[in-house]
Ligand binder design. Structure first.
Ligand code: DGT
Ligand code: CA
Ligand code: CA
Ligand code: ZN
Length: 586
């Protein structure tokens, strides 16, 4: 069912790579690492590639890898992995791909200190034994402890993207029952919070069908434990990819739909505030409806709109329901028209095989043209100092530009725009010459090093370059593994405004950066933003949904988002900055 088999297999191959590295088999480590990346980047279910024979054409998946993939599809297991696991301390399997840990580090700790359990490991981190190992030191230990803590927290909450995939497949599964009249995901998933505690689902059904639905729900595949089972509410724990996920299902009646939707969408704070307003008007709101306090007459509840209107409010988009001013706006009927996925006209941060992307520019062109209604995409590969990604120097960039122009010509459409994700060096200067940047349509500048220094001045200096049109993932955080680097975002936002530079809303599920708070600040300050996927493979283009959700949580409208506009407007934005800095415009 809600199986993402590509991800499951890729995860196992990543673990196998790490174990091989632990065992000093660098060759196999590299092979499995590469296979994992390839499988993760396939836009379709891997079974499809096997059925159609396309799998044989994929470079990097050899015969023995293919056998293991087939074994997993048939049996849900890979024997070789089961054997390998026995060669590494059991607790290390879980930790081996955490940032700050890794096979080399764990091997040292295992061999030098004889440590083989998580408990001992934490103890040794705290009592100074690991710090004293040559090459470790207090900084490294601090990072390991922080990494461990973030990992534990991230295990408890689900990334929005994962929760959305899981919710969608659960809804599809439950919807199959004809007794289910209506179904909707509520709670923090509907509000599109960046991480999700548990998944809440709401169903409308007739009373006599409740238990049949609950029986079905509690016996879905992957259900590991049933926490509660009743006619109104059931809760289960699903086991997915080694993680435990709680799902609550509630069943209501037809005429309660709107009230229940409103109540279980939350947030709690939003609901508390809403009920206060209702009270002032002599009304009572609960999950069944809106009632007059004096006569107990029910006056609303069938639709969510009716619930809000009964207290004199406009309907509030779920992404805004956090009690941070939206109630006041709704009372004045001034809720803005938030940006939507269908407003997006292009993707402005895309990597190809020229650096660390998985797909050629030609494949990207065809995939996006076939699957999205975009008017343009910008190819933005890495610049030279990002060595792990084989970043481009000036010469390589010229070659890439030629290829882009050739592909556009081939298809007779100026669809691909020429860009770069240029590295911001430690002093705020850029990794490529102005002359090189001036040839491009769009320049994303990003920080990829020195995450512990204060990066405010560094980023501002980059924005003062006339060719830098956007700052990529402006705070650098990675959910579950890296805090934002120290940066004064108020200053960055001010400088973005002054220099005419856009800030990126990066849609990668672990980045989501700018976050909702800073997006809202940009909206207030009228700073232009771009929602990008930072795609490294074809599947990543779907992440746009994440960025749009974030933008909505930051109250952004179309006018705040540059890539809702035509390319002509984008060009105006680029040229306005160049003009401001007194350089020639194209
Ligand atoms: P999560 O699961 O931590 O990501 O966040 P939510 O918002 O999904 O929270 P959850 O699952 O505890 O509850 C779902 C919604 O149900 C919540 O957003 C509002 C509503 N709700 C739950 N318990 C209460 C409560 O005690 N009072 C009120 N007013 N609402 C509640
Ligand atoms: Ca929830
Ligand atoms: Ca819940
Ligand atoms: Zn990128």
């Amino acid at each position: 069912m809600y199986q993402n088999i590509n991800k499951e297999i890729a995860n196992i191959f990543k673990k196998m790579a790490a174990i091989y590295e632990f065992l000093d088999d660098k060759y196999r480590a590299l092979a499995y690492h590469r296979a994992a990346q390839i499988i993760e980047s396939l836009p379709d279910d891997i079974r499809h590639y096997i059925e159609t024979g396309k799998i044989y054409k994929i470079r990097g998946i050899g015969p023995s890898t293919l056998l293991k993939i087939e074994e997993y599809i048939k049996t849900g297991k890979i024997q070789k992995y089961e054997e390998l696991k026995k060669k590494v301390p059991e607790d290390f399997i879980e930790l081996i791909d955490l940032p700050g840990f890794g096979p080399k580090t764990l091997k040292r700790i295992y061999e030098d200190l004889g440590i083989s359990t998580k408990e001992e490991l934490i103890k040794a981190l705290k009592d100074g034994r690991i710090e004293q190992l040559p090459g470790f030191g207090p900084k490294k230990v601090e990072n390991m402890l922080k990494g461990l803590q973030m990992y534990e927290i991230s295990k408890r909450r689900i990334l929005l993207w994962d929760a959305l995939q899981l919710s969608k497949s659960l809804v599809n599964e439950i919807k199959k029952l004809k007794e289910v009249k209506k179904i909707e995901v509520v709670g923090s998933v509907r509000r599109r919070k960046e991480t999700i505690g548990d998944i809440d689902i709401l169903v409308i059904a007739d009373d006599e069908n409740r238990m049949k639905i609950m029986d079905y729900f509690t016996s879905l595949p992957n259900v590991e434990e049933i926490l509660v089972k009743g006619p109104k509410k059931s809760s289960v724990i699903l086991k997915i990819d080694d993680n435990e996920r709680q799902v609550d299902l509630r069943i209501f009646k037809d005429d309660e739909w709107g009230a229940a939707l409103q109540y279980f969408t939350g947030s709690k704070q939003h609901n508390v505030h809403l009920r206060e307003i209702a009270k002032e008007k002599g009304l009572k709101i609960n999950e069944y409806g809106v009632y007059k306090v004096d006569t107990e007459e029910k006056i609303a509840g069938e639709t969510e709109k009716s619930v809000y209107e009964s207290v004199g409010m406009q309907w509030v988009p779920p992404e805004m329901r956090e009690d941070t001013g939206e109630i006041e706006l709704a009372l004045e009927h001034k809720i803005p028209k938030l940006v939507e996925l269908k407003d997006i006209k292009g993707d402005m941060h895309v990597h190809s095989t020229w650096t660390d992307g998985a797909n050629s520019i030609k494949d990207i062109y065809e995939f996006v043209r076939n699957n999205y209604k975009y008017e343009y995409i910008v190819i933005t590969d890495h610049s030279k100092s990002v060595r792990v990604a084989h970043g481009l120097d000036e010469q390589k960039l010229i070659e890439e530009i030629k290829e882009i122009e050739l592909i556009n010509k081939m298809y007779g459409l100026d669809f691909l725009k020429k860009g770069i994700e240029v590295d911001i060096l430690v002093d705020g200067s850029l990794d490529l010459s102005d002359e090189a940047l001036s040839r491009l349509d769009w320049v994303v500048a990003s920080v990829h090093t020195h995450f512990s220094m204060d990066n405010t001045e560094r980023i501002i200096k980059a924005m003062e370059n006339p060719y830098v049109t956007c700052i990529g993932h402006p705070t650098g955080r990675i959910i579950g593994s890296r805090e934002p680097y120290p940066v004064d975002m108020d200053k960055v936002i001010k400088a973005a405004k002054e220099t005419g530079t856009a800030l990126e809303i990066n849609s990668q599920p672990r980045r989501m950066d700018l976050n909702d708070k800073w997006i809202r600040k940009c909206v207030e300050e009228d700073v232009m933003m771009v929602i990008s996927t930072d795609s490294h493979n074809l599947g990543n283009f779907a992440y746009m949904e994440i960025g749009v959700s974030l933008a909505r949580r930051g109250w952004a409208t179309k006018k705040n988002i540059l890539n809702t506009k035509s390319w002509k407007e984008v060009k105006k934005f680029v040229n306005a900055k160049r003009k401001k800095f007194g350089v020639k415009t194209k």
